[in-house]
Design a protein around this ligand. Structure first.
Ligand SMILES: [Zn+2]
Length: 316
């Protein structure tokens, strides 16, 4: 009995994870799919406060990962993607009021060219008193469809403008649309960012790779309690790596802790199904037809998630 309790405590501790959440627009109901209303945002913030979550800057998580420190289960990190004007005009006040830090991921071209819906460099500078700034590409294209050279051109341009306006080199990069493949990952990580962030369902533990951190987008009135239960599943994806040329997913090969005897698998367009890894290896050659441009392959064990995004590219 004692051993069972000890084991339960130990595994809880081992599974302690931070939660990275992404917001886009604030109090901007015209764009429902990327918006959070200020009422809901306040509700979220109250929930974190009342339930003793500690909202930390991304740099603190970065340091803990570098130091290979245990990640407490009550850490929450806010990311704000795209640098929409509504963050500055509507959202920022609430972050200030709650003293909640954030990292703003800037879509550089929109600011450089003064697109109406986006923050100006002056406004971005203003937010630095309350949060950190990261990079979200120059042109916010579907990057996986670009040639390696064009990927680098986009990133070089973004870095040059960021440095020109803010005076330093950003440490964090978030993929536009959360889309990436092996080619893009290779190019982006070659720049030596401290952290590279995706938009895959999951959480961040001390085992999370710093060049591939999971983030969950919060839009509308989501059930935070459910999102906060999500844990990191320590797994390695051997396949799929890229979108298959014949639009069929012919192989899934993932390694995970050997203690996992039964888990669940999801492929976009299908439902959840049970899988049985053997000695920590799950390998399936069952073909899954790929119905969408963007497919997610997700494995979950209890509340622990690992996932892979594969995106059809328009260029080879
Ligand atoms: Zn974006």
């Amino acid at each position: 009995m004692k051993t069972a309790i000890l084991f339960a405590l130990l595994s809880l501790n081992l599974w302690a994870d931070a939660h990275l959440f992404v917001y886009h627009r604030f109090g901007d109901a015209k764009h429902a799919s990327t918006n959070v209303s200020l009422e809901v945002l306040k509700k979220h913030f109250d929930y974190f406060k009342e339930n003793k979550y500690e909202v930390i800057p991304l740099s603190k998580l970065n340091q803990a990962l570098k130091d290979k420190k245990e990640i407490p289960d009550n850490w929450v990190v806010f990311c704000i993607d795209d640098s929409y004007k509504s963050f500055y005009t509507n959202g920022l006040d609430l972050f200030k009021k709650y003293k909640y830090p954030f990292t703003l991921f800037v879509y550089i071209e929109a600011t450089d060219k003064g697109y109406g819906d986006f923050m100006t460099w002056e406004q971005i500078k203003d937010t630095q008193d309350y949060g950190e700034i990261g990079l979200h590409s120059y042109s916010h294209k579907h990057m996986v469809s670009l040639s390696a050279e064009a990927m680098r051109r986009d990133t070089d341009k973004a870095l040059a403008s960021f440095k020109k306006h803010l005076g330093y080199t950003p440490k964090y990069y978030a993929y536009p649309f959360g889309e990436f493949d092996e080619r893009l990952k290779k190019e982006i990580t070659s720049y030596g960012f401290d952290l590279v962030l995706n938009q895959n369902v999951g959480a961040v533990s001390s085992k999370s790779p710093r060049d591939n951190l999971d983030r969950i987008a919060l839009t509308g009135d989501v059930n935070l309690k459910y999102e906060l239960r999500i844990k990191y599943l320590d797994a390695q994806w051997h396949s799929p790596k890229n979108y298959p040329t014949n639009a069929k997913l012919n192989e899934i090969h993932v390694t995970m802790p050997a203690s996992i005897k039964k888990a669940e698998l999801y492929v976009s367009g299908g439902g959840w199904e049970y899988i049985k890894p053997e000695e920590g290896v799950f390998k399936s050659t069952k073909p899954y037809p790929l119905k969408f441009k963007r497919t997610r392959v997700i494995i979950k064990y209890g509340n622990a998630y690992t996932s892979k995004i594969i995106v059809k590219t328009s260029q080879k």
